[in-house]
Design a protein around this ligand. Structure first.
Ligand SMILES: Cc1ncc(COP(=O)(O)O)c(C=O)c1O
Length: 304
């Protein structure tokens, strides 16, 4: 195992009168407890890629993300744990001389070299990431690297998240397995692995991403499984104004959930997913069982 982990992650029932009134059962798949350094879906997505990188003799990982990317600092931590170097190409050259936020500071503490890039070049590089010319350019700048896309979502990553379904025995037609959606890799893997009847339910955390995220999940299914799957959908109602936004209604929901159930939830993804589950529960068929994947843990407040 390239990164040892506590698996299977716990599956915890949630007892809540609000959900009971709707006749909906909720349980939490605590992937946030997998590993203290690389938690949740990051571990599931990175491990198959780390294995491929090490098997291929790579000594450096290179990836992409915004200033608050969980994926970027997870790659830094994973690379440090495996003894390989890492580079983070960060969107926004204006950040180069700004004080580091905790996310980038943590990446640097883990030895990641940060390359701040203007938004246009960043977008162009990601758009052409699979082109040989782009790869040659990255290699000229950084040497031989194992390249992970933004958010780490490639076919190997999706196969990694598919692994969590094997830890959910007895799924059937009354089951919805729910996760937040940033780039779609986690949802793609879950949907591909579900048994007949069960459905995957993604909650988009990005504003205005309807269509785009569905296309990304479909692309990952085609590249990872050579086919598409009909058993999933994405809710676009609970992005709370966009990735960077943490409006009062969302933080109040997260606080109330913590008070009632003793679990502090990561705000940008996990709180939005749970908020959507609670708001949608009355519209679900009675008897539905929702398994919400807790894909990460809270770090520090966004203002830190
Ligand atoms: C805690 C958490 N949940 C969910 C996601 C979204 O996963 P995906 O990009 O596979 O859709 C992320 C993104 O990295 C994340 O940090």
């Amino acid at each position: 195992m390239v990164l040892p982990a506590a698996l299977p992650s716990p599956l915890v029932p949630v007892s809540d009168p609000e959900l009971a009134r709707a006749g909906v059962e909720l349980r939490l798949k605590r992937d946030d407890l997998i590993d203290p350094r690389v938690s949740g879906n990051k571990w599931r997505k990175l491990v198959p890629n780390l294995k491929a990188a090490l098997d291929g003799g790579h000594t450096r990982l290179l990836t992409f993300g915004g200033a608050w990317s969980h994926h970027v600092h997870a790659v830094a931590a994973a690379a440090a744990a495996c003894g390989v170097a890492s580079v983070g190409v960060i969107r926004g050259d204006e950040l180069a001389d700004a004080p580091r936020n905790w996310s980038l500071a943590e990446a640097e503490r883990n030895g990641m070299e940060l390359a701040f890039t203007d938004r246009r070049s960043y977008r162009d590089t990601l758009r052409t990431l699979d082109d040989p010319a782009t790869r040659r350019r990255l290699e000229r700048r950084w040497g031989r690297c194992y390249v992970l896309p933004e958010g780490g979502s490639n076919a190997l990553a999706a196969h990694g998240t598919a692994g969590l379904v094997a830890e959910l025995p007895g799924l059937g037609p009354r089951d919805l397995v729910c996760c937040p959606v940033g780039t779609g890799g986690t949802l793609a893997g879950i949907a591909a692995a579900l048994p007949a009847g069960a459905r995957a339910w993604g909650v988009a955390v990005l504003k205005g991403a309807a269509g785009y995220l569905e296309d990304e999940v479909t692309r990952l299914h085609r590249s990872g499984w050579g086919r598409t799957f009909p058993n999933w959908h994405i809710s676009h109602t609970h992005h709370a104004g966009g990735y960077a936004r943490l409006p009062a209604a969302l933080t109040a929901f997260a606080r109330a959930f913590e008070e009632r159930h003793g679990l502090a939830v990561e705000p940008r993804y996990v709180a939005k997913m749970l908020h959507c589950v609670y708001d949608t529960a009355p519209a679900l068929p009675r008897g539905t069982r929702v398994t919400a994947v807790i894909t990460g843990r809270p770090h520090r407040p966004a203002t830190a």
